[in-house]
Design a protein around this ligand. Structure first.
Ligand code: NAP
Length: 552
């Protein structure tokens, strides 16, 4: 069962405590349910969440709609949508029947109606019902996007909505550009993972609202965020044309903790900024930066697979970046971007904090310490570089021996065959492999007999925070350093570089921990934060609701 883990701020005691009644958030909560009673329940939940309006997907209803029942005592404005199959909706009838249903919804008193651009001329304006003219394309961003947009501008509508599936990163920028130049209120975004940032960035460019699911199990379109994520991670009500944009570039990016920790930092310090997860395919960082210049991105965290190409996008760089040819941070300057590496100081700070202090109370030193590094990937390279520079005597070992051999040769340190890894004495052991990472949480890259009191054992994995290796090392009396510690330190250094301000490190750590903590599955009806659920065994008036991710 999916659970909305989007509420780290509230669990950290920060958000949702602002008390006084406030303007609704610029969100349209999408309600895609098969039963009238569940729609009613979600309408109430949408009102409780203080969103601007709720979209009732009439096409999802298993029975003929009873508009009077749906609209009775409505606590917030409602939008009626009857999406046809061609637009990934569920309406099975003819276009004439669909037109009739939309007219009935208008007459019944819906506040808003969504009408596709090819249909809008055939449905006259009536009463006070406002009109959204919409265009959906689940295959591509069409080459005649501007012609479509011009036609939509001329339609008798109050809001324009365009949602397309991007094939390449430049497509996202093309769609967002529509919002910048629109003369009418316009919602324009891309779907899918690549489109996620556009669902938020459009608000900073002037879009009147964005769409969100009330329930993480019922995302009505690919890439749709939940209302909880929009409110609690991205703080959408604060976004405006002054909002500065930051983000993380990588692929994959979906499970990055960076948006959670940076956005909570911005909010805590009252900085008008938004941090977004940009899914940028390998080799496309330059295209991304060039096409997204209108967003005036102020800073980026850089992760796999762009750490090397980021160096080539920079107009200046720290000496460390020049040496390692690897950057995890790009910061906007007057002339372009400065490339930085916050991984390495984070590794050294984490390890030094774990070392026993000297007898005179000064911090322990890595000099002449025997360090065993497990792994030979990107993180291992940073770790080995940091340790050798700090004077440690480093031995590298890796499941694939050749890679460790090469890394050792590149860095001038020792190489050890993987199957001999339990034969060396070490002061420090660092796991830089992904062995033990979720979901393989019952694995460890090394036998626990290697651990003893007085050693420092670090795992760079942060999901879970307490890996089997960390637990075993702790059990043997070693001092442990977790990957979460390293992650938070590098994020904090990025935050300083982005904003010039001291980040709320403890809060960032807490929200990251909350996001990683295994969630206990609560009974559906009790999941207030995820929208109302269906109690087990309840009599249904229609077929089951669609699974998460079903197209809509
Ligand atoms: P990478 O470049 O893909 O390298 C993965 C390494 O793990 C390789 O050495 C690989 O060995 C080894 N490996 C994978 N599965 C293994 C297994 N079952 N047994 C033994 N070795 C195995 O990845 P990376 O970017 O270096 O990341 C490594 C770890 O660091 C990941 O777990 C990641 O979550 C963590 N990380 C932490 C932070 C942080 O801030 N704390 C930041 C980034 C990454 P082969 O060469 O034999 O394939």
């Amino acid at each position: 069962m999916a659970v909305d883990t989007s509420n780290p701020a509230q669990t950290a005691g920060q958000a949702g405590q602002e008390g006084a009644p406030r303007k609704p958030d610029p969100i349209c909560a999408v309600i895609a349910r098969t039963r009238h009673d569940m729609i009613r329940a979600e309408i109430m939940e949408a009102a409780r969440r203080n969103v601007l309006l709720a979209e009732v997907r009439i096409d999802y209803l298993a029975k003929a709609p009873d508009f009077a029942r749906l609209l009775a005592d409505k606590p917030l404005p409602l939008l009626a949508t009857v999406r046809r199959r061609d637009d990934k909706g569920r309406f099975k009838g003819t276009e004439d029947e669909r037109r009739m249903l939309l007219r009935q919804a208008i007459v019944a008193g819906f506040d808003w109606v969504d009408i596709e651009e090819d249909l809008i001329k055939s449905i006259p304006r009536y009463g006070k019902t406002k009109r959204i003219v919409s265009y959906h394309n689940f295959d591509e961003v069409p080459s005649d996007l501007h012609a479509i947009f011009r036609r939509m501008h001329e339609a008798d509508a109050d809001v324009i909505k365009i949602a397309c599936m991007p094939k390449q990163i430049e497509d996202v920028a093309r769609v967002l550009d529509l919002v910048r130049f629109a003369k009418k209120p316009t919602i324009a975004f891309c779907m899918g993972d690549m489109g996620v940032p556009s669902r938020l960035a459009q608000l900073a460019l002037g879009a009147p609202f964005t769409y969100g699911a009330l329930n993480p199990e019922r995302l009505a379109a690919p890439g749709m965020l939940t209302v909880g994520q929009l409110q609690n991670i991205y703080g959408v009500r604060r976004l405006n044309k002054e909002t500065k944009i930051y983000g993380v570039v990588g692929d994959p990016i979906g499970h990055s903790l960076s948006p959670i920790v940076h956005n909570i930092g911005f909010r805590k310090l009252g900085i008008n900024a938004l941090y977004l997860p940009f899914k940028v395919p390998e080799g496309k960082l330059a295209n991304f930066l060039a096409s997204h210049t209108p967003l005036k991105i102020q800073g980026l965290s850089v992760t796999i697979p762009h750490k090397e190409s980021a160096v080539h996008q920079a107009t200046e760089m720290e000496s460390l970046v020049a040496q390692t040819q690897s950057a995890n941070t790009l910061v906007r300057t007057a002339s372009g971007f400065k490339a930085m590496n916050t991984d390495r100081p984070a590794i050294l700070e984490s390890l030094t904090a774990g070392l026993p202090a000297n007898p005179d109370g000064s911090p322990g030193s890595l000099k002449q310490k025997m360090a065993l590094v497990l792994g030979a990937g990107g993180v291992a390279r940073s770790v080995v570089h940091a340790l050798t520079d700090a004077g440690a005597i480093v031995t590298v070992t890796n499941r694939t021996d050749e890679k460790a051999h090469k890394l050792a040769a590149d860095m001038g340190c020792r190489f050890l065959e993987w199957n001999l890894r339990t034969t060396v004495l070490s002061d420090i052991i660092i796991n830089c492999t992904s062995c033990g990472m979720y979901p393989e949480v019952d694995e460890s890259p090394i036998h626990p007999s290697m651990f003893q009191k007085g050693m420092v054992v670090m795992d760079t994995i942060y999901n879970p925070e307490n890996t089997l290796m960390i637990k075993q090392a702790r059990g043997h009396g070693a001092t442990v350093v977790t990957g979460l510690d390293m992650f938070i330190r590098q994020a904090a250094a990025q935050f300083r570089a982005f904003t010039g301000q001291e980040p709320p490190v403890d809060l960032m750590r807490q929200v990251a921990k909350n996001a990683l903590t295994p969630i206990t599955v609560r009974p559906a009806a009790a999941r207030a934060g995820d929208g109302p659920g269906e109690p087990a065994g309840e009599k249904s008036d229609g077929p089951a609701d669609p699974p998460a991710g079903a197209p809509a």
